[in-house]
Ligand binder design. Structure first.
Ligand SMILES: N[C@@H](Cc1c[nH]c[nH+]1)C(=O)O
Length: 380
């Protein structure tokens, strides 16, 4: 495994200092994490970057690719409602083919599970990440901001048929599917496949019980019976859903142009918010609220020392982790490629639910810094 360069102790102290002042309890987390869970929560791009470990018989594991899931699991298994943790340790990712990136690297970071004002906590995390990054001494930093929930609010504003809106939201983090939706006429798109199901179209008009009886009759006529697969009622339900989705149609040219314009928004944050607001469709209450939240978040960041003239808000910005569901960001250096952020973080309020925690109602937000990248004297 490729190691990264180590940096002088004083540089590490300076980068760590802002995190020490954030009132977080120091913690460590297991290096080995359950593979299935990580695969579920990793975005498409992160899946191929997990180091998989198999022991003797036990559950398959992976080396932690970051601390977020590991720290969250630990926190929620303790049963406490809120907590704020600071960590410092190695994380592990397989380098993309042909790259010389370190595969074993130091991350320091904070994860906060708190029910208080989320916008204020978001601003605080970005400000801490910026301060820690800047302490590494690079003078060429910039901040990229995004929000995976803005796209959903924007789609809702357009008042599309519910299945079409749902399909579009699912496509946000999947460039090929998104392109198929936007191109409309694509033969390869998911929508095209869905429209081709004749059996789905036939069953769509029937109540679920009847649809499932039709399927069973079909099987008995053919003398077959599905083995160990889905039950007839479930298959019927899926087919009906499929048919309804296909019936929902596609974006018309006007709507597709609007979605494209939204995804192309990338500007200084306030200007980007103005552009987003101007693209909103008629059902814009949620989008307006999200934009107002963003204005508050930005003033919180500015008040805590984030130079917004170095920031860009990009509507299409996403990260390789599948757990984000709100705002997210990366601190980058002009000297390093965009694939090598110095710091990154965001909100993931839905993660506790995906970990099976339903009784504790809390927000979740955090960030990490990579000291070896932040340090001006080294590079990764
Ligand atoms: N774990 C993320 C950063 C993060 C922490 N908390 C939320 N996001 C990463 O490694 O990029």
């Amino acid at each position: 495994m490729r190691l990264e360069r180590s940096i002088p102790a004083e540089a590490l102290d300076a980068i760590r200092a802002p995190l020490l002042a954030a009132g977080a309890a120091p913690t460590d987390a297991p290096v080995l994490q359950p593979l299935g869970l990580l695969l579920d929560l990793a975005g498409e791009a992160m899946r191929s970057r997990l180091f998989v470990v198999s022991g003797d018989g036990g559950e398959e594991a992976a080396l932690r690719p970051d601390f977020t899931v590991a720290v969250a699991r630990q926190h929620f298994s303790g049963g406490a409602a809120s907590g704020r943790y600071r960590y410092e340790g190695k994380a592990f990712r397989v380098a993309p083919r042909g790259s010389d990136r370190a595969e074993e690297f130091l991350q320091i970071g904070i994860e906060a599970f708190e029910a208080g004002d989320p916008v204020a906590a978001d601003a605080e995390m970005a400000a801490l990440a910026w301060a820690a990054s800047a302490a590494g001494g690079r003078g060429d930093l910039s901040l990229v901001l995004g929000d995976v929930s803005l796209f959903a609010a924007f789609v809702d504003s357009l008042d599309l048929a519910a299945p079409l809106a749902a399909r579009l939201k699912r496509a946000f983090a999947k460039p090929r599917q998104l392109k198929a939706e936007l191109d409309g006429s694509s033969e390869r798109g998911l929508a095209a496949d869905e429209e081709k199901s004749r059996i789905a179209a036939l069953l769509a008009g029937l109540p679920e019980a009847e649809a499932s009886a039709v399927l069973q009759e079909l099987w008995s006529l053919a003398g077959i019976e599905p083995v160990g697969g889905r039950r007839p009622a479930e298959i019927a339900r899926r087919l009906v859903e499929k048919a309804e989705t296909a019936k929902a149609g596609r974006l018309d040219a006007d709507q597709a142009a609007k979605v494209r314009a939204f995804l192309a928004v990338s500007d200084r944050p306030e200007a980007a918010l103005d552009a987003i607001a101007s693209l909103a469709g008629p059902n814009d209450a949620a989008l307006k609220a999200a934009v107002a939240g963003w204005r508050a978040r930005l003033s919180g960041m500015a008040a805590q020392g984030v130079p917004l003239e170095r920031a860009t808000l990009a509507a299409a910005f996403g990260r390789a982790f599948g757990y984000y569901d709100g705002y997210l960001f990366e601190v980058r250096s002009a000297a390093l490629s965009d694939e090598r952020p110095i710091a990154a973080g965001g909100r993931y309020d839905g993660l506790p639910g995906r970990l099976g925690v339903s009784t504790i109602n809390t927000g979740a937000v955090g960030f990490m810094v990579r000291p070896a990248r932040a340090y001006a004297g080294g590079g990764e």
